[in-house]
Write a protein of this length. Structure first.
Length: 211
């Protein structure tokens, strides 16, 4: 089965249309100032009306409740990265504002640290990216596929999204190794930071179809 694909780090309507035309199931927009693909919410709103009819995902790092309330009507899903020491009450507040269906939790999970099971009731979707102590996702480095597969198998009722170092050359192997039914790509389909490459996008979806 071909997984659902989110193309992330989009910064304009043309790139979003390209991704959707190639086969993207979701479009991701990063609103985290320290990301090289950062997009101000106000800029997103200037072209939101020109976007294709594909679900949109806001990607943030530990946002304030005010930020979530301001963006709640602009996106379909909210992918929130956060350190493990984030108080559970804070994460529960995100869930209450957004609903568990719209919230994607992306904990910064170091190697060897158990997954925080107490968070599973707060979101239907869990986003697993490659761990780096100095970054929140977007590392471009391949993650621990074996661990991802174990998490997905232990809690199959959740939607698990695989990210980290995926590209047209390794995506089919990643899906076979992990059983991922949802995947996320950013730098692996770019010619340079923030610039999506049409040839890489076409190759990605061709390789997924071919398995």
């Amino acid at each position: 089965m071909i997984p659902k694909v989110k193309i992330c780090g989009l910064r304009d309507a043309a790139a979003a249309r390209l991704a959707a035309d190639c086969g993207a199931d979701l479009l991701g927009f990063i609103t985290f100032p320290r990301s090289p693909s950062h997009l101000e919410p106000e800029v997103f709103r200037t072209f939101a009306g020109d976007l294709p009819p594909v679900p949109k995902v806001s990607v943030r790092v530990r946002p304030s409740l005010e930020e979530l309330l301001a963006d709640r009507d602009d996106f379909d899903f909210f992918q929130i990265h956060f350190p493990l020491e984030t108080p559970e009450e804070e994460i529960a507040a995100w869930s209450k504002i957004l609903t568990p269906a719209a919230l994607w939790l992306a904990p910064k999970l170091p190697p060897g640290v158990p997954f925080p099971e107490h968070l599973l009731s707060l979101a239907e979707t869990i986003f697993i990216d490659t761990y780096r102590p100095d970054k929140y996702g977007g590392t471009g480095e391949t993650g621990d596929w074996k661990r991802f597969a174990a998490l997905r198998e232990r809690w199959p009722e959740k939607r698990w999204i695989l990210a980290g170092g995926l590209n047209p050359d390794n995506v089919a192997s990643a899906v076979r190794a992990t059983g991922a039914s949802w995947i996320d790509l950013k730098s692996g389909v770019e010619s340079e930071t923030g610039v999506k490459d049409p040839a890489k996008l076409r190759a990605l979806f061709a390789n997924l179809r071919d398995g």
